[in-house]
Design a protein around this ligand. Structure first.
Ligand code: IPE
Ligand code: IPE
Ligand code: MG
Length: 253
């Protein structure tokens, strides 16, 4: 697997439009509660917001969008909500995959997929196979994903492949290819909707130098203008990667 440039070992190229946006889509339950609807109604509206987001991001020239759909801790929710979320994920994959393929979008699902059941496993494999050569945008959906799980599975896979490393001396370059998104540039912009200001075990390794943006907007209400607003905030940031402001302004920085 090709390795992407690391924000701690190199200074990544940055532009006006973030190359990679990672999102925690939070607030579906509260959106539904405000309308006296069941939580699943919020999740359904949340799926519609995903469609809008992907269209807007594609139009803006964003290359990678990574969405947190279900965390390794979301199994702690009531069983009926978990089951409805899985059903919704299945129907979204079934209904959306051809449209995404026609839009030249590569779809990837990351996370511990061993717990997801055979129907989802088949759909995920089909989605990967159908869209793997698409190049307009890579849409990564994290399901049963946890940042700690990712780092641990990468370390375990590394040690299985290179037992000689067990004595120590593991480097970033050794580990990165085994991470779920080791071939993807690190996110430039992280967006969390729903007002909470936390990472909730999302991309712990990859967010090292990502610009963080939090909004009170609930995920089902997040529209094209909400994305523009997040990007405007991003455009005001100075991404120093440890350097001084003067160094960042220098023409050859
Ligand atoms: C995010 O919305 C979706 C998932 C975690 C699956 P929530 O369901 O967490 O919505 P709130 O936070 O309860 O409003
Ligand atoms: C984070 O949202 C996970 C997803 C959006 C999939 P949560 O609603 O689960 O996060 P916490 O529990 O409030 O931190
Ligand atoms: Mg939540």
């Amino acid at each position: 697997m090709a390795r992407s440039r690391s924000s701690t070992e190199d200074i990544p190229q940055t532009g006006k439009i973030p190359r990679h946006i990672a999102l925690i889509m939070d607030g579906n339950g509260r959106w539904a509660r405000k309308r006296l609807l069941p939580r699943i109604a919020g999740h359904r509206r949340g799926s519609e917001a995903v469609r809008t987001l992907v269209e807007s991001a594609t139009r803006l020239g964003v290359e990678y969008v990574t969405l947190f759909a279900f965390s390794s801790e979301n199994w702690r929710r009531p069983a009926d909500e978990v089951s409805m979320l899985m059903q919704l994920f299945i129907s979204n994959l079934e209904n959306e995959i051809s449209r995404l393929h026609r839009a030249n979008i590569r779809v990837r699902i990351i996370g511990d997929l061993t717990r997801l059941g055979p129907r989802l496993a088949t759909l995920i494999a089909e989605a990967h196979a159908l869209t793997c050569n698409n190049s307009r945008l890579t849409l990564t959906v994290a399901v049963n994903y946890g940042g700690r799980w990712d780092i641990l599975q990468a370390m375990n896979a590394l040690l299985r492949t290179h037992p000689d490393k067990a004595g120590g001396d593991v480097t970033e370059a050794d580990l990165t290819p085994f991470l779920s998104m080791g071939d993807t540039p690190e996110p430039d912009l992280f967006i969390r909707t729903g007002g909470e200001q936390r990472i909730s075990n999302f991309l712990l390794w990859q967010l090292a130098y990502t610009e963080l943006y939090f909004t009170e907007t609930l995920w089902p209400d997040f529209d094209a203008e909400s994305l523009n607003e997040a990007i405007r905030s991003y455009q005001q940031r100075e991404r120093r990667f440890g350097r001084t402001s003067e160094q960042c302004c220098a023409p050859d920085s």
